[in-house]
Design a protein around this ligand. Structure first.
Ligand code: FAD
Length: 325
């Protein structure tokens, strides 16, 4: 589904769908009680309910140990206070999985955080603006506010103090989802390029007939095949429950680097752009900044690099570089 959306191309829509299917639903599958499942899953699966996940705050991105949103127990209820930002599906969400600090004071560590489901209409839960971004303009990315937002005790997802380990356990799927989206985007960009070089003529013949164009296309096809093969292998590993967060970070890093246009002078998309000599006039080419934004989803690349060097998962020691995802 995500591959088809990238082909259209509707990358913003794909990010919203991936948040629902590859991030929010898996948390519900793994941690919701049977009663919670009955409450949310039917509407989530029909699309009647849209889900979001709220981790990031204005002062806290990669390092989730810095989360300041709190959930305080009050009798049978929980009271949430704080603000989240950059939340995909934030404006449209019917339910939001919120990461909040449940430990007292400034206590940190893996047991300091818990997950809650906050539903639309909860008193004290409000949404800010839909954030303006460089790319993925159609994507709903919002600020969320919790001002004494009171939720019933049965809206805790999983166990008290289990938030951080729940986030860690979902890293492989979240990262892989972004790698798949990036691969699909690169394949779409290549197909537009093939159309263009066949249509566009210079010196009396299609530019596809020039040898340097053919060399460039051969390299792009090879790089795409290598990337796709690597990502497919990761998908098979995930299906066997054998994909660890580090391997998922590798797939995400490699695929998004290949899909984004603005960084490496030799990256396939940039070469595709070069073949589109009239870049500013090609609406599809202008959409490439979407793929740049994918790199940022699920945490930053520097954090992933650090983890790859250390051969462990990013985030286990206070830096959970996540994605949508
Ligand atoms: C389009 C979009 C959608 C998003 N959707 C969601 C969502 O649905 N839910 C959600 O909770 N969040 C979401 N986010 C937020 C995203 O997860 C964060 O942007 C990401 O975790 C990085 O956090 P930050 O922006 O605060 O960057 P920071 O953590 O401030 O990092 C900024 C820079 O600091 C440097 N840096 C940071 N850590 C390290 C390190 N360990 N080693 C070396 N250098 C480092 C890097 O250069 C990095 O790029 C979204 C973001 C975007 C752009």
């Amino acid at each position: 589904m995500i591959e088809e959306m990238a082909r259209v191309p509707a990358v913003s829509l794909a990010a919203g769908f991936a948040t629902q299917t590859d991030i929010v639903l898996p948390y519900l599958f793994d941690f919701a009680t049977p009663e919670q499942c009955k409450r949310w899953l039917p509407k989530m699966t029909t699309g009647e309910y849209i889900g979001a996940i709220a981790m990031t705050e204005s002062g806290t991105g990669s390092d989730l140990q810095g989360i300041t949103t709190t959930a305080t127990r009050d009798g049978d209820a929980w009271v949430l206070n704080g603000a989240k930002t950059f939340i995909t599906n934030g404006i449209n969400a019917d339910l939001v999985v919120v990461v909040a600090r449940t430990a007292s004071g400034r206590e940190t560590g893996s047991r300091a955080f818990s997950l809650f489901v906050v539903e639309d209409g909860t008193p004290g839960f409000t949404r800010g603006r839909n954030l303006d971004k460089l790319g993925m303009k159609a994507q709903d990315t919002a600020e969320l506010f919790f001002d004494d937002a009171r939720i019933s005790g049965d809206l805790l997802l999983g166990e008290v103090g289990g938030g951080m380990s729940a986030l860690m356990s979902h890293l492989p799927l979240e990262r892989l989802s972004i790698a798949v989206t990036a691969c699909a985007g690169a394949r779409a960009a290549l197909s537009w390029t093939l159309d263009y070089i066949t249509e566009r003529k210079a010196f009396g013949r299609p530019i596809a007939q020039f040898q340097n164009t053919q060399f460039a296309v051969a390299e792009m096809l090879t790089e795409l095949k290598v990337t796709q093969t690597y990502v497919d292998e990761a998908v098979l590993k995930l299906n066997r429950n054998a994909l660890d967060p580090v391997d998922a970070a590798k797939a995400k890093w490699w695929a998004t680097e290949n899909a984004q246009a603005h960084r490496r002078p030799l990256c396939p998309v940039l070469r595709r752009l070069r073949l589109h000599a009239r870049i500013p006039h090609r609406p599809r080419v202008r959409r490439h900044p979407h793929y740049h934004r994918l790199r940022r989803h699920d945490g930053n690349h520097e954090g992933h690099h650090r983890a790859l060097r250390a051969g462990r998962s990013v985030g286990t020691a206070g830096n959970r570089s996540r994605s949508r995802a």
